[in-house]
Design a protein around this ligand. Sequence first.
Ligand code: ASP
Ligand code: MG
Length: 428
Amino acid sequence: MSLVVQKFGGSSVADAESIKRVARRIVDTRKAGNQVCVVVSAMGDTTDELHDLAAAVSPAPPQRELDMLLTAGERISAALLSMAIDSLGDSARSFTGSQAGVITDDVHGKARIIDITPGRIREALDANHIVIVAGFQGVSQSTKEITTLGRGASDTTAVALAAALGADVCEIYTDVDGIFTADPRIVPTARKIDRISNEEMQELAASGAKILMLRCVEYARRFGVPIHVRSSFSHHEGTWVVDNESARNQQGEEGVEDPIIAGVAHDRGDAKVTIVGVKDSPGVAAKIFQTIAAAQINIDMIVQNISALDTGLTDVSFTCPMSDGPRAVEVLQAAKESIGYDQLQYDDQVGKLSLVGSGMRSHPGVSATLFQALADNGINIEMISTSEIRVSVVTKDDQLDDAVRAVHTAFGLDDADGQAVVYGGTGR
Ligand code: ASP
Ligand code: MG
């Protein structure tokens, strides 16, 4: 008998009909002879709606209360799903994250899982129940308060439970057939990937691919949990996210050469800050980024130009999450004297495209092809950064979709036959 962890996202449980459909699917999995532990997200756009409600009653909702509010979303879908399974004649038990033994640190809104003690889950499974766990939440070890794990984190709950239970697979059900070479909402010719290494998936997730949350992929990689991303609206085989070794073996068996590029990700969540006219001398960059770090702001890309000969001054640009942008400007303004610069520029009309593939390690010319594709489409590059298996560029926001399509085509990723299907979700 296998133990399967299944996670259903918000669009898969958006209304009563969907919940009944998902319940049937879960019962089928159990009838096939598996133990099933399910992790569920809040229905549809519930989390966003709860955020809006909180904002409507308070300009700055206390973090503790916000977590109490948001975790209710997942409790609703968990209980309803359990009832739907019960009405099909099977038995299910729903649990909050806290009851399921999801132990976190005490950071409200983006807590990290520090331990899972799945005693009650195991008991319920052994008593032949289907287990339903409310995703995206836990309880703080130190404060005993209810915490949430960050947007999209039901994926992380699922992988963490799969690791703790020693599950055979963690199935992530969503509203597309798997992981695509680009977001099918932007690139209709995007191709479904059959197998991807968790290294590449981690890089794609870090670059803005929304299909799996970054921390979930990190977790899966660390604990060796195989993930199967698939649609709850079809029975098609989805995408397997596996360790590098298995990803390569599989391709070897089929006699297919490793693809150089796994996919193209895009991200509209960053803003660009430019500090104009700073001295090109030791210690200036340190001062700038100490100021940013002290405000707890994470930065992504950094570009520094060489200084102009006549002035000895240069410009430094960086990107950070858009939500932190205004604060970054504020702290830099406050530090204007000590850093020493002429002017600040702020631009949140930017987007980032990232090309990811482990084949880049051994294939020269990837950047050249990428830049040419953008040039052919009249798209200007504002910033560039690279890692071993990724090249990212920042462009104007309104050119990002065109950029993604151009690059996708230039690397031969378009699927000639068939259009990717997006089954549901508002993409909110
Ligand atoms: N409901 C939460 C969110 O919308 C968690 C999740 O869906 O994974 O972010
Ligand atoms: Mg989600």
